[in-house]
Write a protein of this length. Sequence first.
Length: 189
Amino acid sequence: MVEQKPGGSVTVQDGALVIDDKAGVTVWRREPLRAPVRIRFTATVTGGEGRRVSDLNMFWMATDPRAPEDFFSPKAGRDGSFATYDGLRTYYVGCGGNGNTTTRFRRYDGKGARPLLPEHDRKDPAALLEGGRAYRIEINVTAEGRTTWTRDGVEVFAFDDPEPLREGWFGFRTVWSRIEIRDFSAEGP
């Protein structure tokens, strides 16, 4: 399922999911995930015509209290604009966000709060993006409530959730970027 503002595209080219965006997009996996789960993929962010190297972002274990019976219902009001996702209950990483100046982990509470712990707000160059580089991302969610986000074998974020999100949807998110996704898998440990 694609939620995108006008001007962008989502296609499959040579076995890769290609997200080419202008004003905001989230591309959702159609089937929900259940913990324990390991999500893996390779992502390459490229600049180009009017695009920037920024915003390799993702939601996981997402649910939407505005549409509890049908996550993809239009009544949820998600349209690709980032603010329309504030009401989700989800884990989120914004890798190379804010024009490739931050990499952040958040847990959205489903009521509009998206707290940011200081240790989950990275600005160091090692946490940001390089254009044209293929990154291997791995996300793990345990049944006990621990989630980790790893890039190229290095754990960047770990969070022990006192109120774990044990099931929900996964989505890629970006704005003004071109991202190629390859080798996606989501499976139990």
